[in-house]
Design a protein around this ligand. Structure first.
Ligand SMILES: Cc1ncc(C[n+]2csc(CCOP(=O)(O)OP(=O)(O)O)c2C)c(N)n1
Ligand SMILES: [Mg+2]
Length: 515
């Protein structure tokens, strides 16, 4: 009879999992034993938080299940920030953690067993869609894997059950079925499509609907690239720009596809309620909307409009005219350096905000951005997973502050020879917080950082590294060379901080008092 650990691994195989990220402990070591004999690739990270970020990066890049394995107690708890990010960004991550042996557990009593927590699963409840504690290993593992759908799920196995005999489930994993309930799109004068992360696999539908309705298309961060870059109905600029926001304000019908209209994209809901709002694929609690299961259920009639393409061109031109010149040169350098198939993983850093807001991503799943939960330290460890998607060269963009959250993963990158370029923009501090203090008119305090020689740090792990001055031509040329080379590398740009873009909350144009 197979053991619990063997069942976990064979169920992951049955679900098509090809890579897992993890860190061993005495409690979960039987899983390592089972993985030794599995075609699944085990990538050993240097901190459990990186396991969950890498699983998230893999899930976002591929649309498949990302898996993180941790040991009991602190190992599991170390993932929480990353799991929260996956939850807020609706990423399909499965965290598998062990717990102390059932034989030592006394409900409600803390006994000081190694790694014991009073209720480990309860720590995860607020940041996952569902929590699955074994019980029957075969059944519970199946249920956990089958429940992952655009959100993290937590699976917990008491360590003694990993070595105990268990029975595998024989249930097939469910396929998603679209209910055949049609909804007629009501007639409108100025329709608008708003496209989010739930639309990344519906490009053809979105394009067809936009063309039928003759509607401009605004993409959120997660929806970036759903519209082809050269499509005349693609706005391609964030709604935090006044000219783009005007499209929302003047629309008499908005169809939000795969997006909940969260605070960060609506400037904390200061975008007004549209006269008619249809939400397809992801119900929103933030606006009054008619919900429909899937964009495929919408039935629309052809609308005539000679002006809309000109309107979109004008919005783009007005938006470009408002951008900061230095940031534009940085964006030009990026556009020069990044090939069409690049996977770009941005952190919560000023160059990351600019990239996420304004780089023209040519296809969905090419941008990863932790907004989401706003989770600093995401980019570099998430890039480990994105690189393993093997869909194109991977580039992480971090600041000097955020990179140090997981700089130990340089060891993982070197050991596994992960094909990625880690860009570190070193402005010697928490640039965004400096800006906040400057805006408040206060002296800078606690925001300047002692930073290491990042290039020397990378080289000490045996990773090729280069330093350039500034974020303009030299940076673009260096980045294009790094991206063309599949070997892991680090590119450090020393630069004074850019001005944060209008997508960041201190710069939002819709202000609370104007409501
Ligand atoms: C987990 C977490 N901790 C703290 C913050 C607050 N925060 C947002 S941006 C930022 C500064 C990041 O500094 P750096 O990575 O150097 O990027 P820069 O702002 O300098 O471009 C901080 C501390 C956060 N968003 N997430
Ligand atoms: Mg910085």
């Amino acid at each position: 009879m197979p053991t619990g650990a063997q069942i976990v691994v064979s169920e992951l195989e049955r679900a098509g999992v090809e890579v897992v990220f993890g860190l061993p402990g005495v409690h979960n070591l039987p899983l390592w034993e089972a993985l030794r004999h599995s075609p699944i690739r085990l990538v050993g990270v240097r901190h459990e938080q990186a396991a969950a970020y890498a699983a998230d990066g893999y899930a976002r890049a591929t649309g498949r299940l990302g898996v993180a394995l941790t040991t009991t107690g602190p190992g599991a708890a170390n993932t929480l920030g990353a799991v929260g990010e996956a939850w807020a960004s609706r990423s399909s991550v499965l965290v598998i953690a062990t717990d102390i042996p059932t034989t030592l557990r006394r409900p409600g009593v803390y006994r000081g067993v190694l790694h014991e927590t009073r209720d480990q699963a309860a720590m995860f409840a607020p940041v996952v869609d569902s929590v699955h504690v074994c019980g029957d290993v075969g059944e519970t593992v199946y249920e956990a894997i089958a429940s992952v759908h655009e959100a993290p799920v937590y699976l917990e196995i008491p360590t003694d059950l990993l070595n105990a005999p268990a029975t595998a489930s024989t249930e097939p994993f469910p396929e998603e079925a679209i209910p055949a309930i049609g909804m007629q799109v009501p007639p409108s004068e100025r329709p608008l499509l708003w496209v989010g992360g739930g639309a990344v696999d519906s490009r053809d539908r979105v394009v067809a609907l936009a063309e039928t309705l003759r509607a401009p298309v605004i993409e959120t961060y997660q929806g970036r690239g759903v519209m082809p870059v050269d499509h005349p109905l693609r706005v391609g600029m964030p709604p935090h720009m006044p000219s783009v926001g005007a499209l929302w304000d003047e629309a008499d019908l908005v169809i939000a596809i795969g997006d909940e209209l969260d605070g960060m994209v609506t400037q904390n809901f200061l975008q007004p309620q549209p006269p008619t709002l249809i939400s397809a694929g992801r119900p929103t609690a933030n606006y009054d909307a008619s919900d429909i299961y899937d964009v495929r259920n919408l039935i629309a009639e052809q609308r005539e409009d000679q002006e809309v393409e000109q309107r979109v061109r004008r919005v783009r031109a007005e938006t470009c005219a408002e951008l900061d010149g230095r940031a534009e040169r940085f964006l030009d350098a990026l556009a020069f350096a990044l090939p069409e198939d690049a996977n770009v993983v941005c952190d919560m850093c000023i160059p990351g905000y600019w990239t996420a807001g304004f780089h023209p991503f040519p296809a969905p799943r090419r941008l990863q951005y932790p907004m989401g939960w706003g989770t600093l330290g995401f980019a570099f460890p998430a890039a480990l997973g994105a690189a393993l998607a093997h869909t194109g060269p991977t580039v992480s963009i971090s600041g000097d502050g955020g990179f140090l959250f997981a700089c130990g993963e340089l060891a993982t990158v070197a050991q596994e020879q992960l094909p990625l370029t880690a860009v570190i923009v070193d402005d010697g501090g928490y640039g965004m917080l400096r800006y906040d203090q400057d805006l408040a008119g206060s002296e800078r305090f606690g925001v300047d950082l002692k930073t290491p020689d990042f290039a020397a740090l990378a080289e000490s792990f045996g990773i090729r590294a280069q330093r350039v001055d500034g974020l303009e031509e030299d940076f673009g040329v260096a980045l294009s060379e790094h991206v063309a080379d599949p070997a892991p590398s680090v590119l450090v740009a020393t630069a004074e901080a850019l001005v944060p873009p209008p997508t960041t909350s201190p710069n939002w144009y819709r202000k609370r008092h104007s409501r």
